[in-house]
Design a protein around this ligand. Structure first.
Ligand code: NAD
Ligand code: UDP
Length: 339
């Protein structure tokens, strides 16, 4: 048994380019974040295997990557073991939107627990580095803000979000136990609300909902009074953070918060999106969601110190790019309907 190395000095690098190409497995590679990650890895010269069961992800997210001879797709459910010749593994397979993960709560919990075990077993067999996409939901409805990595959280273990929150918490436990017990080279990154192109228009998360509603001049639906806050990170910033983290050396296990500390109430987000889209939508209030965290804001001092990373894309700029993406998608859908 190897001794546990606490999270000490890590060396951050901006990307993997200039380094020896790696064989990289991206579980959940056809999803929103996974597809951006596959793209960046391919651009960095690596061989990329995207493993996905296409439950919440789409083939169209990675269609443009097919011309790369270094890119391969494997259709598989991470709840069953898999064997892939990879030396770097990103474990991104899990539904992430509350409506998605609550649709099949048992499946969500098992995806996070069995998916982690199967990915960690593979990392152990291959001597690979494995990177976990954990979440700010491990902090539940936090009593402290901003949330530091040392905060153990306030999660309701029997509520409707628990399948995801506790699944991710169990996965973190598994990662650290595989590290302490078998010496597996792990990185645990806690993602705070991330948005951008390739979110599904109907995935139910706040940014995609508000933009699609605004573009269609439909009611913008705020759950509760809209005073709850979130801190939104643009996808390119997040992927950059994960690439640096994956490259940061064995001592840099994490957990590390990856997110944008600029906090905004949901009500203000709705107004901002309505204005940016010149929408005629009304803002309406629906009942508050059970166990919905009232505040969320990452303390990113660890990521800044250990990875030299911080987000660069301001909310207005990221929203602009995301609005453009949804405008194009919605008009393509209209054309297809008309034909
Ligand atoms: P997403 O739903 O777009 O992507 C998840 C991908 O995993 C999809 O392609 C889906 O088909 C695949 N998947 C789900 N269950 C699977 C299974 N059993 N076997 C194989 N593949 C499976 O969501 P996303 O936003 O891209 O999230 C990616 C990861 O990041 C998730 O693990 C999520 O928990 C984590 N995360 C995301 C955010 C965010 O704001 N986007 C925040 C915190 C954590
Ligand atoms: N939300 C909302 N209207 C929507 C979708 C979400 O008011 O149409 C709220 C939701 O209740 C939460 C916040 O926006 O307070 C962020 O929700 P999301 O599902 O995007 O992410 P998470 O709850 O996982 O942070």
């Amino acid at each position: 048994m190897r001794s546990f190395v606490p999270n000490e000095i890590c060396s951050g690098h901006d990307n993997l380019s200039g380094r020896t190409p790696k064989k990289v497995l991206v579980n959940g590679g056809a999803g929103f974040l996974g597809s951006h990650l596959c793209e960046r890895l391919l651009k960095g010269g690596h061989e990329v295997i995207c493993l996905d069961n296409f439950s919440t992800g789409r083939r169209s997210n990675v269609h443009h990557l097919r011309p790369f001879s270094r890119f391969r797709i494997i259709e598989h459910d991470v709840r069953s073991p898999f064997d892939v010749d990879a030396t770097l593994i990103f474990n991104f397979a899990s539904p992430a939107s509350p409506p998605d993960y609550q649709r099949d709560p048992v499946g969500t919990l098992l995806t996070n627990v069995l998916g982690a075990v199967n990915a960690l077993d593979l990392a152990r067999r291959n001597g690979a580095t494995i990177v976990q996409s954990s979440t700010s939901e491990v902090y539940g409805d936090p009593e402290h803000s901003p949330q530091r990595e040392s905060y153990c959280g306030n999660v309701n273990p029997v509520g409707p979000r628990a399948c995801y929150d506790e699944g991710k918490r169990s996965a973190e436990t598994l990662f650290f136990d595989y590290h302490r017990t078998y010496g597996v080279d792990i990185r645990v990154g806690r993602i705070f609300n991330t948005y951008g192109p390739r979110m599904r228009p109907d995935d139910g998360r706040v940014v995609s909902n508000f933009i699609v509603q605004a573009l269609q001049n439909k009611n913008i639906t705020i759950y509760g009074d809209g005073s709850q806050t979130r801190s939104f990170c643009y996808v390119d910033d997040l992927i950059e953070g994960f690439l640096r983290f994956s490259n940061a050396g064995k001592k840099c296990t994490g957990p590390i918060n990856l997110g944008n500390p600029a906090e905004i109430p949901v009500r203000q987000l709705a107004e901002m999106i309505r204005e940016m889209t010149n929408s005629r939508s009304r803002i309406v209030h629906l009942p508050r969601v059970t166990d919905d965290p009232k505040q969320r804001r990452p303390d990113i001092s660890r990521a800044q110190a250990k990875l030299g990373w911080q987000p660069r894309v301001a909310l207005e700029v990221g929203l602009g790019k995301t609005i453009e993406y949804f405008e194009a998608r919605l008009s393509a859908a209209k054309v297809a309907e008309a034909v």
